[in-house]
Design a binder for this molecule. Structure first.
Ligand code: SF4
Length: 295
C-alpha cells in the first residue's frame, strides 16, 4: 500500500503547472520539424521558423512558451494500492487546487481565470470548478499519475458540437470537421491538433474531443475505424490552405485525433476541440520510488 501525503500532491501540482508552461513536449517539437520539412509556402516557412525559435528561446531562458497561461486542467489516474491519507478524493482535489494557486502566486504567473459573470479575477488561476480536475482509476499502473494541461483560450474558444443526422453517417462527421477547421482559421493559433469526438452523449462527445486534442502526437485511436478516420482527416485538413497562424500554407494541423464512444441508434454526435501550436502538457508519477516528471 502506497500512502500519499496531500502535501506531496500539492507540490507536484504546483511544479507541473510551471513545467507545462515552460517546456514543450518532444512529440510536439518533432511535429514542428515534420511540418517545417514539408511546408511549401515561403510565408508559412517563416512563421514556422519563428515558432521554433520562440520555443528554443523560451526554454533556454526559463521563460513561458506563450503569454496565455491557459485554463488549468489536471487529469489524475489512481493506480493499484494507493491510499490517499484515508479520504474520498476531496483532499486530493484540494491539494491540486492549492498547488495551482501556489504556482500562480509564488512563480508568479498571470492568472487567466475569472468569474464567468462578474469577470472578477482572484489572481490564483482558480475559481468555481477550476482547475478542472478529472479523476480516473487504473489497476494496471502503480502509484498516482497526474497530467497537467494549460489549455490556451485561443484554441478552446474554437470548440463545436453537432448532433448530426444519423442517416448522414460518417459524411456528416467529415464535413463538420472540415467546416470547423475553416471556421477557426487563424483564431486557434495553428498549426493545431484537431480533436474530434464521435458518439456518446452531447457532454461525453465534447469530452472525447478534448481528450483527442490533448493526446500526444504519434498516438492513434484505439478503434481501427477511428484510426482510419484520423488518417483521412489529417490529410484533408492540410489541404485547406489555412497554414500557420492562418497566414496560408500547408501546415494547418499537426494531426487530427479521433476518440470514439458508442451512441444511440437515433444519434450521431460529433464534437471538435482544438489544441493550439503551444500544445503544452506535463505529467508526474508519484510511486514508492518518489516523484518523477515527464510529459
Ligand atoms: S491559443 Fe495557444 S498559442 Fe494562442 S495565445 Fe493561447 S496558448 Fe498561446
Amino acid at each position: 500500500m502506497l500512502r500519499i501525503d496531500p502535501g506531496v500532491v500539492e507540490n507536484v501540482a504546483k511544479e507541473l503547472y510551471i513545467r507545462a508552461l515552460k517546456i514543450l513536449p518532444p512529440d510536439i517539437k518533432q511535429g514542428f520539424d515534420t511540418l517545417a520539412a514539408r511546408e511549401t509556402a515561403a510565408t508559412a516557412q517563416n512563421v514556422l521558423g519563428t515558432m521554433i525559435r520562440n520555443i528554443a528561446v523560451a526554454e533556454a531562458t526559463d521563460n513561458l512558451l506563450c503569454q496565455d497561461t491557459g485554463i488549468p486542467i489536471y487529469n489524475v489516474t489512481i493506480g493499484r494500492g494507493v491510499e490517499l491519507s484515508g479520504d474520498d478524493g476531496a483532499a486530493l482535489k484540494a491539494a491540486i487546487r492549492k498547488g495551482c494557486e501556489r504556482a500562480t502566486r509564488e512563480h508568479p504567473l498571470r492568472s487567466s481565470i475569472v468569474h464567468p459573470l462578474t469577470r472578477a479575477n482572484e489572481h490564483t488561476s482558480c475559481g468555481i470548478g477550476v482547475p478542472v480536475i478529472q479523476i480516473d482509476h487504473r489497476d494496471e499502473i502503480d502509484g498516482l499519475r497526474i497530467e497537467m494541461i494549460p489549455k490556451g483560450s485561443g484554441s478552446e474558444n474554437n470548440s463545436w458540437l453537432k448532433m448530426a443526422v444519423p442517416a448522414e453517417g460518417i459524411d456528416a462527421i467529415k464535413t463538420f470537421v472540415i467546416d470547423c477547421v475553416l471556421d477557426a482559421g487563424g483564431k486557434t493559433c495553428p498549426p493545431t491538433i484537431v480533436g474530434v469526438g464521435v458518439g456518446g452523449t452531447a457532454d461525453l462527445c465534447m469530452h472525447l474531443a478534448k481528450i483527442a486534442a490533448t493526446r500526444p502526437l504519434g498516438t492513434h485511436c484505439a478503434d481501427a475505424e477511428g484510426a482510419k478516420l484520423e488518417d483521412e482527416l489529417s490529410g484533408a485538413v492540410n489541404m485547406l490552405g489555412v497554414g500557420p497562424q492562418g497566414l496560408g500554407g500547408d501546415a494547418t494541423a499537426f494531426a487530427v485525433h479521433v476518440e470514439l464512444a458508442a451512441t444511440h441508434i437515433t444519434m450521431n454526435p460529433v464534437a471538435v476541440n482544438m489544441q493550439c501550436h503551444s500544445a503544452r502538457r506535463a505529467s508526474a508519477a508519484i510511486t514508492s520510488a518518489g516523484v518523477s516528471y515527464g510529459f
